[in-house]
Design a protein around this ligand. Structure first.
Ligand code: NAP
Length: 248
């Protein structure tokens, strides 16, 4: 069963790689982006030119009305929702916790935690067999940071991923008998633009020697794990975590 999935943050990085792979495997994909409209539209045009079923919706996952608009758009696509990938996530400039302010924590937790919770609630409403749905699969894009804690960089970001991990564990049990599987991937250091947002565009190169495989990962390598968890190939896996970290 491929079906229709919603993926948040599909305009670049791991999200864009996952949209591409999902479309190539026959999924219909409705993805959100925040600011990069031209990039999102170019991805849609490229994939549609090859016959893909794909839609892009501007929506801030941290805003409830935006999330409801994103899901309402998917509702209008004429096929039942079968999956959600909570991929959208942000981090802010590297610093010690003692230098951070509350406004920053609110931004990070709003996008990463509240955003994932809002999207997950809307997906469960639609997919739960208890509520008349056909079941489905939710994949949370956590981070190795949830384990390591990101000292001297972004403990707030790491803590937001820890919250996603707890949600993955609890919700997997809550909806297991309702036809919904809930799993997570924990990427390590992956070659995307997120590191520039933290103020260190060269972070992957700096950390490569600390990875047992001696390199950063590619977004496509994370997308493979997400797609496996989404698919029926993972039919008996729920509450599970796949580390995509090169051994780090
Ligand atoms: P990225 O390149 O910075 O891309 C982030 C994506 O999320 C963009 O499409 C962005 O949209 C969207 N986005 C950001 N805030 C949003 C919001 N409030 N509402 C909706 N969309 C929003 O990030 P990435 O490196 O691919 O990371 C993707 C996920 O993997 C994140 O959850 C991240 O924490 C996690 N992760 C990444 C790494 C890594 O090393 N890269 C490691 C571990 C975990 P616009 O482009 O339109 O702004």
């Amino acid at each position: 069963m491929a079906g229709l999935i919603i993926l948040t943050g599909g305009s670049r990085g791991i999200g864009a790689a996952t949209v591409r792979l999902a479309v190539s495997r026959g999924y219909a994909v409705c993805f959100s982006y925040l600011r990069q409209q031209a990039v999102a539209e170019a991805l849609v045009a490229e994939l549609r030119a090859n016959g893909g079923q794909v839609w892009a919706v501007q929506a801030d996952v941290g805003q409830e009305a935006d999330v409801q608009r994103l899901f309402a758009t998917a509702d209008g696509l004429g096929q039942p929702l079968t999956g959600l990938v909570n991929n959208a996530g942000i981090l802010e400039r590297q610093m010690r916790l003692v230098e951070m302010d509350a406004a920053r924590w609110q931004r990070v937790l709003q996008a990463n935690v509240i955003g994932s919770f809002l999207c997950t609630r809307e997906a469960v409403k639609r997919m739960s067999t208890r509520l008349g749905g056909q079941g489905g699969s939710i994949v949370n894009v956590s981070s190795g940071a949830a384990r390591g804690g990101s000292p001297f960089e972004y403990i707030d970001y790491a803590a937001s991923k820890g919250a996603m991990d707890s949600m993955t564990i609890g919700l997997s049990k809550e909806v297991a008998a309702e036809g919904i599987r809930v799993n997570a991937v924990r990427p390590g250091v992956i070659e995307t633009d997120i590191h520039a947002d933290g103020g260190e565009p060269g972070r992957v190169a700096r950390l490569a020697s600390t990875v047992p495989m001696q390199r950063g990962g590619q977004p496509e390598e994370v997308a493979e794990a997400i797609l496996w968890l989404l698919s029926d190939a993972a039919s008996f896996s729920t509450g599970a975590f796949i580390d995509v970290t090169g051994g780090r």
